[in-house]
Design a protein around this ligand. Structure first.
Ligand code: MRU
Length: 331
């Protein structure tokens, strides 16, 4: 696993052998981004199974349930984490009641690998569908990091941008720095530079001015959980961008795989919003930037109402309008 906390100044890789290390890596944001934490959790289950493979079946099953609960308790908002854990648990059962822990372990590793391979393929499909929405020439604003780092490869929102560039479109990107964790400055700018896609970094509070000047043609972001009616949770600051996009008549797109859609919740009010450590706000680059003892509120995500979303791009196609119906058709 590449330590995303250290990018872009350091490229440090870890090899984990224990699911508890994976849980800690998700919690501490060594790995982040909704699809990526789903993939990481799936490999966590495979590692837990390996640890338990020589145990009697009943112990194996209980141990796996404990590991899944530990992995599920790491971060609350991105539904891909829970989607991946459920898929792994269902797979363990589907191997068959007579299967031994060793057989189930082998199949769980294959399933984790399948989740990773599928994720990259469906990001590319999302790119093919989504790139048709972008102009032949223009500037696209994005927030946070919805790129290769946030997925198993290629990215959701950045995947759409990559596909547009691959289709010969002349696209420049404006990346919001994304306070407090700086995913835009540290990760999106790094990814796009490596791909030679023109990128301009701005502080989050500069987006409104650029939209007012007519310098942004579209906004595209990823999502951590989309409710059945299309309300979408994504990195804090996304909602403000959607309001700005509406005010300036600029299309606002969400790119997210079906695994990010939580059909079990009717609307965004039911999405749990993670609150993170106050030091993310009081400190920057390891240095304190606020007075000692100041009260801090640090929600990590916000919810953009469906009415502000021009379209939701998925691997199954582009959903518009009544999302209950259009996303429902992809179920
Ligand atoms: O806190 P993070 O960095 O995990 O939040 C990530 C985001 O909000 C992304 O925009 C989202 O997961 C989509 S990633 C393809």
């Amino acid at each position: 696993m590449l330590d995303q906390r250290l990018l872009p100044t350091e490229e440090t890789w870890y090899a984990f052998t224990d699911y508890r290390e994976i849980a800690e890596a998700i919690r501490s944001m060594v790995v982040r981004g909704a699809p990526a934490i789903g993939v990481a959790a799936a490999f966590g289950v495979a590692l837990a199974a390996k640890e338990l493979a020589l145990e009697p079946k009943a112990h194996f099953e209980t141990g796996l349930t404990v590991a899944c609960a530990e992995l599920a308790a790491t971060r609350p908002t991105a539904v891909n984490l829970f989607w991946a854990l459920k898929r792994m648990q269902r797979h363990a059962v589907a191997v068959g009641t007579n299967a031994s822990p060793t057989e189930i372990t082998a199949r769980l590793l294959e399933e984790a690998q399948a989740i990773a391979t599928e994720d990259e393929a469906l990001n590319m499909a999302m790119g093919r569908h989504g790139q048709t929405l972008l102009p032949e020439k223009g500037t696209v604003l994005t927030h946070c990091n919805a790129g290769a780092l946030a997925t198993a490869g290629y990215g959701t929102a950045l995947g759409v941008i990559r596909a547009a560039v691959a289709a010969g479109k002349n696209i420049a990107v404006v990346a919001d720095e994304t306070r407090p964790f700086l995913q835009g400055a540290r990760l999106t700018a790094w990814e796009l530079q490596r791909d030679n896609i023109p990128v301009t970094l701005i502080c989050d509070n500069m987006a409104g001015y650029m939209l007012q000047q007519g310098r942004i043609d579209a906004i595209i972001v990823g999502a951590d959980r989309v409710a059945a009616n299309g309300d979408a949770a994504n990195k804090i600051g996304t909602y403000s961008l959607a309001v700005l996009a509406k005010a300036h008549n600029v299309p606002f797109y969400i790119a997210a795989p079906i695994s990010t859609i939580d059909y079990s919740i009717p609307d965004g009010s039911k999405i749990p919003i993670e609150e993170r450590d106050p030091t993310e706000v009081t400190h920057c680059g390891g240095r304190r930037i606020a007075p000692l003892g100041v009260d801090v509120y640090n929600p990590s995500f916000d919810v953009t109402p469906a009415a502000l979303i021009t379209a939701i791009i998925t691997e199954c196609g582009v959903a518009h309008g009544d999302y209950g119906r259009s996303l429902g058709a992809f179920r």
